[in-house]
Write a protein that binds this ligand. Sequence first.
Ligand code: UD1
Ligand code: MG
Length: 449
Amino acid sequence: MAVSLVILAAGQGSRMLSDLPKVLHPIGATPLVVHAMRAGRALDPERVVVVVGHGGAAVARSVAEEDPEALVVTQEVQLGTANAVAQARGALAGVDGDVIVLYGDTPFIQPDTLVQMQLARAAHDVVVLGFEAVDPGRYGRLVVQDEKLERIVEFKDASEDERAITLCNSGVLCADSALLFDLISEVGNANSSGEYYLTDIVALARGRGLSAGVVSCDEAETLGINTRAELVRAEAAFQKRMRAEALEAGVALLAPETVHFAQDTVIGRDAVVEQFVVFGPGVTVETGAQIRAFSHIEGAHISRGAVVGPYARLRPGAELAEDVRVGNFVEIKNAALGEGAKVNHLSYVGDASVGARANLGAGTVTCNYDGVSKHHTEIGEDAFIGSSTMLVAPVRIGRAALTGSGSVITSDVPDDALALGRSRQETKAGLGKRLMDRLRAVKAAQKKG
Ligand code: UD1
Ligand code: MG
């Protein structure tokens, strides 16, 4: 059955004490709201609607970056979760099937849990995701009788007996779209918060003789973020899970606790990741590649047999073919390095393509920026770039061409040519010693005087 997502992300998150809207705070280098979107993607949703409010424009930008087809609707005043979902009504007009409601500040819901919820819809009109809470605190409580969900009661409105219930509401729920909006239109705000509670739709459905059921998940999945301390704890939990998953997938992490992953990091079996490596968003490391210690990598694709680092920085658009070498203190940005190419020391390669087996000597720099625009450098296969060559882009170095060390290359170099762009060396016999002798004599005279 078709399913659409409504992701609630209008709250301010005042307890974060931040100008950044809460749902844009990152875990695994990825905004919280994007975690929710990615969890829902497993269902191949018909439509994705994100309800924004505080910091709406910024949230909308992140949403669009992740999924240009997602719709963003604004909840002007935060009148409660039912009112928030109601804002999505227009955006879902004409779409049949189920709706799953997710929270933008609850990043760990597993895709499989959402699949279970959708399956449970075969037996129930409304399906709620619940969990057994170690400390139920202020969560809404699920009132279950004879294995049927009767209603959800918010902590503030609950009796002593109800507060003793440990089965809690995660906030995630699933129902047929038309039914959901119909039930929501009946929700009132006569409760201790004066808010329109989405949770009230369960009792409303039961009142109509419809059925409601609970799918349970691990409490860790429903973890919500409200404070910076919770964000840090959630990040730690996320990293722990990513490390465990990498090890399970056959990645050789030499010191797992020092490696930091992004939400979408993909690393192949038998890849080696040494100590203190940080992965930003958008990285794929293929089988058998090696990431050496203290490297920082984002937006990069590293092929089989490539070796990166120690102390390397790969920035977005770094594309390393098989057996490439990128050594210490080398930065690569928006550049494709062909099979077996080497950039081993102290170099900057940006906005460039480097042919197979080319060797870039220590200190090679692609001067890609003229202060206004970026320009491209092309280096042919088997080229040899002498140490400390400045390649002033746009420029092309031909296949198997050479540049002399210390050259400033401002015009194209044909295939097989040698280019020298530096002043000719002059050597004056004996002058070195005469110069030093004179300087020492001057200093000695000064000391005496
Ligand atoms: C809600 C549930 C509670 C559940 C808990 C789980 C209701 C009434 N209560 O309570 O049963 O145990 O989540 O964490 O649903 N939001 C909006 N607009 C609003 C209000 C909220 O977009 O007008 C968004 C918030 O940004 C947040 C989410 O909805 O992402 C939940 O809102 P929040 O105020 O945290 O609800 P709780 O009181 O925690
Ligand atoms: Mg909350």
